[in-house]
Design a protein around this ligand. Structure first.
Ligand SMILES: *Cc1c(COP(=O)(O)O)cnc(C)c1O
Length: 385
């Protein structure tokens, strides 16, 4: 059996080596390192894949979130609601822009924004909602979009973990994650579902005017050369990264399918253990299982809840058995020094406070084989039984 890795980018590279090496060589020979044709072509290809009018490539996912917010009509002190259970980048950019982050709890089964908590957190100062499509599955966008419309709020989707996932509305329409709100942001960090070989990110929107604004912000607020109309940033996707992404984008659906296959095998093996809660799908078919037809979860992470209080001991046991695993995330954001706020009550975060003690994410990537999955699930059962 090959060594088990949390993410296996070497094996994935072996399959696309020739294509990637050739396109990188072309960039090197053309010397069009910044804003070259690779970046433009990738932008167009991603727009077509997502079915979104505008993709604005940028330097990383954190910048993508920040620039998305800079492009909206938000002022210091405006409240922006996001979740307590996410990577810090989501709330960091809200703070950096001197907006006021308001953290809310998540659902215990999907790990995504709790819509009732969202409703309760809205005040006259609320201006935007940032749902995070955590671990590869969309938040409840049907409800979130309705609430946003009723209260006239912007929706900025943090889609760093769910690129390629579909969301199906009650009326049957299906949209790609990141393309439903006013603006979406994603990351091409190497371990993300669509990762480059360095840092990269992108912003998505269907709004022509906003797209124009954002294209200026990523480039020093310039709309005409050396005319700076707004305060911008320097945030570019470089051509070499775009070349890697162009090689990988046509494979994204098959990559996501491989992740789903691995997830299905994990769940089949672990679902009956009384100390384990396997991931719940918010599938349009209503079936809480991982099927071939739905694309509602792309398993950036495959995350279990260990309910007998032995999560940390299990992590140690797995690590000692040669199985890497991760705890995403071990500390709620509302308890992080940088994001404490006197207005919060511990009682408002009961789910996140529990999840941080129970969650464990298993190895998940496109090259997991059956032997490895069997070894991992056997070890987990050996420990918990
Ligand atoms: C990875 C990630 C980001 C940030 O992306 P970077 O490219 O690393 O800046 C933001 N939000 C979430 C939920 C992420 O997982």
């Amino acid at each position: 059996m090959r060594k088990i890795q949390m993410v296996d980018l070497q094996s994935q590279y072996e399959f696309i080596k020739e294509k990637v090496n050739n396109s990188i060589t072309e960039v090197l020979e053309s010397a069009a390192f910044i804003n070259g044709p690779e970046v433009h072509n990738f932008q167009k290809e991603l727009e077509a894949y997502l079915g979104v009018k505008h993709v604005i490539p940028c330097a990383n996912g954190t910048d993508a979130l920040q620039i998305a917010m800079m492009g909206l009509d938000l002022k210091p002190g405006d409240e922006v609601i996001t979740v307590d259970f996410t990577f810090a980048a989501t709330v960091e950019v809200i703070g950096l822009l001197q907006l006021t982050p308001v953290l809310v709890d998540v659902e215990p089964d999907t790990f995504n924004m709790d819509v009732d908590a969202l409703k309760k957190a809205i005040t006259p100062k609320t201006k935007a909602i940032v749902p995070v499509h955590l671990f590869g599955q969309c938040a409840n966008m049907e409800a979130i979009m309705e609430i946003a419309e009723a209260h006239n709020l912007y929706v900025i989707e943090d889609n760093a973990q769910a690129i390629g996932a579909d969301y199906t509305f009650k009326n049957g329409t299906t949209k790609k994650a990141g393309t439903m709100g006013d603006v979406g942001a994603t990351s091409f960090f190497p371990s993300k579902n669509l990762g480059c070989y360095g840092d990269g990110g992108a912003i998505f929107t269907n709004n022509d005017e906003l797209a124009h604004t954002l294209r200026g912000i990523v480039n020093h607020g310039m709309y005409e050369r050396y005319h700076h109309d707004v305060v911008g940033v320097n945030s570019r996707l470089d051509s070499i990264q775009a070349a890697v992404l162009r090689a990988k984008l046509p494979l994204l659906d098959s990559y996501n399918q491989k992740r789903r296959d691995a997830a299905r095998k994990y769940t089949a093996s672990l679902k009956d253990n009384k100390h384990i809660i396997t991931p719940r799908l918010n599938a349009p078919c209503g079936k809480d299982r991982i099927c071939d037809t739905c694309n509602c979860h792309v398993f950036h992470q495959y995350t279990l809840r260990i309910t007998n209080g032995k999560r940390d001991a299990l992590v140690k046991f797995l690590n000692d058995s040669g199985i890497p695993c991760g705890v995403y995330y071990p500390i709620p954001l509302h308890l992080q020094k940088a994001y404490r706020d006197d207005r919060y009550n511990e009682g408002d975060f009961t789910v996140t406070n529990l999840l941080v003690k129970e969650v464990v994410s298993l190895p998940m990537h496109t090259e997991l084989d059956d032997d490895q999955i069997l070894f991992i699930t056997d070890k987990i059962k050996e420990f918990l039984d």
